[in-house]
Design a protein around this ligand. Structure first.
Ligand code: NDP
Ligand code: MG
Length: 385
């Protein structure tokens, strides 16, 4: 049997992190859990670190260090605090795979560190690739790291590509459910509340990505993520709304053949495929029943109702640090929308403003990305006030 895969799960207490731990629990003979991290949730972090016999646990909020240290007292798990500890520990020789499942731009520094250490990255934290795609992919090449996608659409594309036999593809059809407001009129969407946006029809996910799904910003992020992961021009990545969420994306070869990957919507499938790659152990997910399903439907996205998707294509076209600015403004706007401080269409308005005013940097390195992020976060907060 091969050696156990030694894994770090960043954002272990979140939706992806917890489902990843379920995958690990179902395949204990395959994995050694080395590192778990969280931002605030000491209780869950300590509980899982002990249950999975982790080597170390990091709570990113340094004020919670005392709480974590006492929760882990008398166990073999070492307690750490702060993002600097995550950055240091992910690069350790005791880690093979780093699952990036923290939310937002907080993934930038740890992902950079893991890539520089030549790790295999199971990438859920798409915001890092959206904000700094060119920078990260250059590092991946330079340090001989490897990225395996966790996002269901990218996992689907990756799974379809396994049969490519050296052939190139001309198109990616990126599917999305359309979110909770797909059938709503624009004037009703304008009055939508956070509670309504949080009711995703097919997936249960963390709050930020659920709002991103309701604005279709998530689909825009995924288009950019796909362009970096699969070296495709944004114009060759077409978003198609598929409300049943059975096809998780498709690729189209030059001869017109289209390959789709299907599964019932259960994030543990793509998570497990990334962690166990190329193996496919048994998973107790719901089986697809095609006669019960009856039909699958498709439609074009409505860019009038969902301007965030158009903004993402524009950011991809303009390049440089524009997508970094888009991501930062979105992060602030979504938090404000969740807090009931702004309306639904203030989100794209704030993003557009940020993209139009950010000083352009053609080839951003880490310092430029951090500076753009900070600057746009501050400006967008100011605009909301
Ligand atoms: P959740 O909000 O459920 O979990 C986020 C995790 O990150 C938690 O462990 C949280 O810790 C931690 N975290 C939050 N803020 C910070 C911070 N500033 N610094 C360090 N850690 C932080 O998110 P999801 O699991 O839904 O999503 C995680 C990532 O995966 C996102 O990038 C998302 O886009 C991507 N993704 C998610 C999918 C899903 O189905 N959920 C599908 C595809 C991609 P704590 O619990 O302590 O707050
Ligand atoms: Mg997705």
């Amino acid at each position: 049997m091969e050696n156990k895969r030694r894994i770090a799960i960043l954002g272990a207490t979140g939706s992806i992190g917890q489902q990843a731990l379920d995958v690990v629990a179902r395949n204990r003979e395959m994995f050694e859990v080395e590192l778990l991290t969280a931002n605030e949730n000491v209780e869950q972090l300590a509980k899982d670190a002990i249950a999975f016999d982790a080597n170390a646990a990091v709570i990113c909020n340094p004020q919670k260090y005392g709480e974590l240290a006492s929760a882990l007292e008398g166990t073999d798990v070492k307690a750490f605090a702060g993002i600097d500890s995550v950055v240091q520990l992910v690069a350790g020789d005791n880690i093979d795979i780093v699952l990036t499942a923290m939310v937002g731009f907080s993934g930038m520094l740890p992902t950079t560190a893991a890539v520089k250490a030549g790790k295999t990255i199971a990438l859920a934290n798409k915001e890092t690739l959206v904000a700094g795609g060119a920078f990260i992919m250059d590092l991946v090449k330079k340090y001989d790291a490897r990225i395996l996608p966790v996002d269901s659409e990218h996992s689907a594309i990756f799974q379809c590509l396994m049969g490519a036999a050296g052939n190139s593809i001309r198109k990616i059809h990126l599917t999305g459910s359309g979110g909770p407001f797909r059938t709503w009129a624009r004037e009703d969407i304008a009055k939508a509340t956070a509670a309504q946006a949080l009711k995703h029809p097919n997936w249960t996910m963390g709050a930020k990505i659920t709002i991103d799904s309701s604005t279709l910003m998530n689909k825009g992020f995924e288009m950019i993520e796909a362009s970096w992961l699969f070296c495709m021009e944004p114009k060759d990545i077409e978003v198609v709304i598929h409300p049943e969420s059975v096809i998780h994306s498709m690729i189209e070869y030059d001869d017109g053949a289209v390959l789709a990957q299907m599964a019932s919507p259960d994030m543990r499938q793509p998570i497990q495929f990334a962690l166990c790659f190329p193996m496919r152990p048994d998973l107790n997910s719901k089986k697809l029943n095609f006669s019960q399903l009856g039909k699958m439907t498709f439609e074009a996205p409505d860019l009038e109702k969902f301007p965030c998707l158009a903004l993402a294509y524009e950011a991809a076209r303009r390049g440089g640090n524009i997508a970094c600015a888009m991501n930062a403004a979105n992060e602030v706007a979504v938090a404000a929308f969740l807090a009931g401080q702004i309306g639904f269409y203030d989100i794209p308005a704030l993003i557009e403003k940020a993209m139009d005013t950010v000083p352009f940097v053609k080839t951003p390195v880490l310092e430029d990305l951090l500076a753009t992020h900070e600057q746009i976060m501050a400006q967008t907060k100011e605009r909301i006030k």
